[in-house]
Design a protein around this ligand. Structure first.
Ligand code: KG4
Ligand code: ZN
Length: 354
């Protein structure tokens, strides 16, 4: 059978990315990060759209050239329709529409959150994981893909959800955050302690050298499978305010312990709900996805919990945790197989639910 070649385009936030896949195999995956936002301590939507407009042509050209494929060999173009920043989404979606029209090939719209989860189905995905209770080596690299039904904790800068995944494109939200997302909490906590944007990876780095029990922050008490992080954020803000009144160098002196304590509570909140969802459904196929799935504490705890509870755990490789177009392309591949194509009048949606 003729291989399916998909060009994926991702532009939902501050990364302009293009990837080419051949069936489930990634041939290229290019990401242009927008450094400009570091100056402002967060993503500035207007600047993000402008940077996407500058980056999109060179990034797509480079992705095609690295893949060894020509435009004429593409079977379809998949793009992020949402959720995300509307100005950013408009750049990627308009580009994808124009290219599909020019090449006369199908256009496929993709939900960014579904795509984070579907990154687990990329061929040769060298993530790590733990397979059931009979394996002795721990953690083990895995090349096998998860089976259905599957639970996926999707944690990013904009989302915190537990997904019940019944099929590649059939998933529903069992629980989600009522306020801030986990990645947003990391970034806001980082800002409070004076670290630059995006603060998640920096907190993670400091946390690895600190004591997770050094300081206590407030834990939310939300019934069911929903999350809340705004109380935690406020408790970090007041803690830092009070401590720096006593000693203006408090943060600098205790940065590793503060970060380890913040990381510990965020991971605990996430894990408790994931364990509850697994108990409630009896599902033991457990994955994590999204930018925060790059977090060392979360990866370690999910694997350790999986070992105790007999889960098969799926932890993505770092390049497929944060935003990338390979995940958009693999989502496009599954939609292509089902013949789910978009019309030329398809519009980007900032709050795209599935
Ligand atoms: O999935 P993603 O690239 O973009 C969205 O869809 O939002 O996630 C970005 C988020 C940011 O909040 C960033 O701070 C967080 O993921 N992040 C991390 C780590 N790496 C990225 N948070 C904690 N630890 C990390 N190692
Ligand atoms: Zn994302």
């Amino acid at each position: 059978m003729k291989p399916i070649i998909i060009l994926g385009i991702e532009s939902s936030c501050d990364e302009t990315s293009a990837a080419v896949i051949k069936n489930r195999q990634v041939l290229s995956n290019l990401i242009a990060n927008q450094k400009i936002h570091e100056l402002y301590g967060g993503v500035v939507p207007e600047l993000a759209s402008r940077a996407h407009q500058k980056n999109i042509v060179p990034v797509v050209e480079q992705a095609l050239s690295e893949s060894g494929m020509s435009k004429e060999e593409l079977s379809a173009i998949a793009f992020t329709r949402g959720p995300g920043l509307i100005g950013s989404l408009l750049v990627g979606s308009s580009f994808a529409k124009a290219m599909s029209l020019a090449l006369n090939i199908p256009l496929i719209e993709v939900n960014h959150i579904q795509a984070h989860m579907l990154a687990h189905f990329i061929e040769g995905n060298n993530g790590i994981g733990y397979k059931g209770i009979s394996q002795s080596s721990f953690p083990i690299p895995y090349t096998s893909i998860p089976s259905f039904p599957l639970l996926c904790l999707t944690v990013s800068g904009g989302h915190t959800q537990i997904l019940l995944v019944k099929e590649y494109l059939d998933m529903h939200v069992m629980g989600e955050t009522l306020d801030d997302a986990a990645g947003e909490t990391y970034d806001k906590a980082a800002k409070i302690i004076g670290l630059p944007y995006p603060g998640g990876p920096l907190i993670d780095t400091y946390a690895q050298k600190g004591n997770p029990n050094a300081f206590k922050f407030s834990e939310p008490n939300i019934p069911g499978l929903n999350f809340s992080f705004s109380g935690l954020k406020t408790s970090i803000l007041y803690f830092v305010r009070d401590k720096t009144k006593e000693d203006k160098n408090f943060v600098a002196k205790h940065i590793a312990d503060i970060c380890a304590s913040i990381q510990s509570i965020i991971v605990k909140i996430l894990l408790n709900k994931l364990i509850a969802a697994a108990k409630q459904t009896g599902i033991k196929e457990i994955a994590i996805a999204g930018g925060v799935s790059a977090n060392s504490g979360l990866r370690k705890e999910v694997i350790a919990t999986g070992e105790c509870l007999g889960w098969n755990t799926y932890i993505p490789p770092f390049e497929y945790c944060t935003d990338n177009a390979a995940m958009i392309a693999i989502a496009g591949y599954y939609k292509y197989l089902k013949g789910e194509f978009a019309e030329q009048n398809v519009a980007a949606i900032a709050r795209y639910k599935f």
